[in-house]
Design a protein around this ligand. Structure first.
Ligand code: NI
Length: 395
């Protein structure tokens, strides 16, 4: 099935580019993807799919029923944009001030729509069903959770998805088995002291000095308490306290992000951080409250599903197109699907053919995408689904 997937996706190239550029011009923030969802609905029209709208916000679940019985394979794309002012100067740059498709979810949406159109055209060769998940609100880690809650995975045996990668040349694909992306948790810390005159510190309890010590102390959680062979990051991204230069404030508020690369370490982190925060605050006569909010687990690819993606890529593009995925502590809420059912997430190269390693990265105001990746993405997702629905067990 590799050859027809490659040929048909190539024939779709112009419409894929046009669709993606339209979304790029009109980016929508998480939970506000109404126009994007409407455009997807137009694209799905006439394909004969069973469609559920407003699944997990503006998400769409569309199911293609093949000609015979078989498993349900899910393919997923995210649709939301970011609160970033675009600075690419492209003729189809964002027309919405302060909002940009800087993570390429416009391309992911175009690719999944293309895969739906391609697979609908070969329905008579599919034993089973393909469920297309157009997911909202990935950037705020809400969409996948809501989709699962709304039943999007019911009856699904495997799920596949991709993310474009501008620092990998278009035409290349990066894959790996097991852990590929980090777990994400948010921490909020409230340090409570006692306000007072800046010139009379002994009458107050200074939460700013305690908060400063906590920021420094948290770094030792990573350097002194966790094996150097176990990746972890604790970043404090905001620290707010006080209004006046000569007043000791009553409290300090900190927030941050915690990343790990193993489920076990992710589970250990709240206790480690709680002890450090509480202990340091106590040493400075303050009280501290730590709130640890798990957002996404470690993204772990199923070994068999990863092999299936690799075999699909090799059949389409040749093994020379494939490289091992470098681990990253960036998070992705596709990880939540993989907690429920086996599947595989992979990187689709979207960078320039030469010097991709120097390209602007995801979430950068100058981020751009090599549109050559669109038809390749369509062919890989379609071939992966079709391969599993060939009636003979696939690869
Ligand atoms: Ni993204």
């Amino acid at each position: 099935l590799a050859d027809p997937c490659l040929t048909i996706s190539k024939q779709m190239e112009a419409e894929l580019v046009e669709f993606r550029r339209d979304l790029h011009r009109h980016p929508e923030l998480s939970l506000k993807e109404s126009r994007t969802a409407a455009r997807v609905m137009e694209g799905l029209e006439g394909l004969g799919l069973n469609i559920r709208r407003r699944v997990g916000g503006h998400g769409i679940v569309a199911e293609l029923v093949g000609s015979g019985p078989g498993p349900v394979i899910a393919l997923r794309a995210d649709m939301d944009a970011l609160p970033i002012q675009e600075d690419t100067g492209l003729p189809f740059a964002s027309e919405r001030p302060g909002v940009m498709h800087a993570c390429g979810h416009d391309a992911h949406t175009a690719i999944l729509l293309g895969a739906a159109r391609l697979l609908a055209g070969m329905r008579d060769r599919l034993a089973g069903r393909v469920r297309f998940l157009f997911q909202a609100a990935e950037e705020i880690n809400e969409g996948a959770k809501a989709m699962i809650r709304d039943g999007a995975l019911e009856g699904v045996s495997e799920i596949y998805g991709l993310h474009n990668l501008p620092t990998l040349a278009a035409g290349k694909v990066a894959t790996c088995s097991g852990a590929m992306m980090g777990s994400v948790a948010r921490i909020d810390i409230r340090v409570v002291g006692r306000g007072g005159h800046g010139a009379i510190p002994e009458q107050g309890i200074d939460p700013i000095v305690a908060a400063s010590a906590i920021v420094m102390g948290l770094q030792t959680a990573v350097s002194r308490e966790i094996s150097p062979f176990e990746p972890a990051v604790v970043t404090i991204g905001s620290l707010h306290a006080g209004e006046a230069n000569n007043v000791i404030p009553h409290e300090a508020l900190l927030s941050g992000t915690v990343r790990t690369f193993s489920a076990g370490l992710h589970e250990r982190m709240p206790a480690i951080l709680d002890r450090i925060v509480g202990g340091i605050a106590g040493a400075y006569r303050c009280r501290a409250e730590l709130t640890f909010t798990s957002q996404t687990p470690v993204l772990e690819n199923d070994e068999g599903c990863n092999r299936h993606i690799e075999a699909s890529v090799d059949a389409l593009l040749g093994p020379g197109a494939r490289v091992p995925a470098a681990p990253t502590l960036a998070g992705e809420d596709f990880a939540l699907y993989l907690k429920e059912i086996p599947g595989c997430f992979f990187w689709l190269g979207s960078g320039p053919e030469e010097g991709a390693e120097k390209a602007y990265g995801l979430h950068h105001p100058k981020y751009t995408l090599n549109e050559r990746c669109l038809s390749l993405g369509v062919s890989i997702l379609a071939a992966a689904a079709a391969g599993r629905l060939s009636g003979n067990g696939g690869h």
